[in-house]
Design a protein around this ligand. Structure first.
Ligand code: 13P
Ligand code: SF4
Length: 301
């Protein structure tokens, strides 16, 4: 089947099954093209909570599909490639956190949404890169904060708020590949460009950038900026949407190596098979849904 026939079949099945396709900003361009909605983690979780469709096909890594299921347990949430996970999410479990919390009685556990459903059952509130600053700022100053699993996001927010936080030792391998030397080198090569990076980057990288944001925050920033060239410090898939929405501007990826293989596993054919065979259904037990929902709803309030 050629690309056009696959796309047509997807649109047909979507209608027939009353399904909606949600996609993260990092997935392949061809997958973004068939999605009803593309966004960052915060926008996608809001969307998943609101839509009337009974079936959600989630083109993103597993924790994103799990979040959709937690928010809409009555819906069928399909994750087209079940191996597509987030290595950072797997760096913290509820059992480990339970043990860790014993050292910090009374501390508030703030959990980046890039985490497993299991971890979410043990935390106080979730955040995304789009709202981490606001969520953390809302925690009373007399409380200690355990921030997990991303130590870089945690350190970047702690610096912005000038507040000490206890950081879990997790990180995103894709964003860890972006170095301050790369920022310096690209900056010299493109002196008129603005540098925009993701908040998951190392603090020294964030310090050198003009802005550090979530993926959709980057889209907004670029739209509003007068600059014509941008050095982009995040997963390479972001360039597709930035370029599509801003054809008159130039986007320079900080590194061709900044690839999240998990996001790239999801291909157009997988979306088709997913709809055809109603696979792979996200299944979470009732108790996990109940306990993991609490910190997510607290974030969305
Ligand atoms: P955003 O919420 O900024 O889209 O980030 C998700 C992600 O996985 C970044 O690595
Ligand atoms: Fe996880 Fe990093 Fe991939 Fe985002 S880019 S899904 S944080 S591994």
């Amino acid at each position: 089947m050629n690309t056009e026939s696959i796309k047509n079949k997807i649109f047909e099945l979507k209608k027939e099954k009353n399904a909606i396709i949600l996609a993260h900003n990092y997935v392949l361009g061809e997958v973004q093209e068939v999605a009803d909605f593309c966004g960052d983690s915060l926008e996608l979780s809001r969307k998943a909570a609101d839509i009337p469709e009974k079936v959600i096909v989630f083109a993103g890594v597993k924790f994103m599909a799990e979040t959709a299921k937690i928010l809409s347990p009555e819906k069928t949430v399909l994750h087209p490639v079940k191996e597509s996970g987030c290595p950072m999410a797997d760096m913290a479990s509820s059992a480990e956190l339970k043990e860790f919390k014993k050292k910090y009685p009374g501390a508030v556990a703030v959990c980046y949404v890039n985490s497993t459903a299991d971890l979410k059952t043990e935390v106080d509130i979730c955040c995304t890169s789009g709202n981490a600053e606001k969520i953390t700022a809302g925690i009373p100053v007399n409380k200690q904060i355990i921030f997990l699993p991303d130590k870089n996001l945690g350190a970047n927010i702690a610096k912005k708020l000038n507040r000490e936080m206890i950081l879990w030792d997790g990180f995103c391998p894709t964003h860890m590949r972006i170095t301050s030397e790369m920022i310096e080198r690209k900056g010299k090569e493109f002196p008129d460009a603005e540098t925009v990076v993701h908040l998951e980057c190392l603090p020294e990288v964030v310090d050198m950038a003009d802005a550090a944001l979530s993926t959709s925050g980057m889209l907004r920033y670029v739209r509003e900026s007068e600059a014509k060239q941008f050095i982009i410090g995040t997963e390479i898939g972001m360039i597709y949407r930035l370029q599509k929405e801003n054809p008159e501007k130039q986007f320079i990826p900080i590194s061709e190596q900044a690839v999240c293989m998990n996001m790239k596993m999801i291909e157009l054919e997988d979306i088709l098979y997913s709809l055809e065979n109603m696979q792979y259904k996200i299944e979470l037990d009732e108790q996990t849904i109940k306990n993991a929902k609490r910190p997510i709803l607290k974030m969305l309030e």
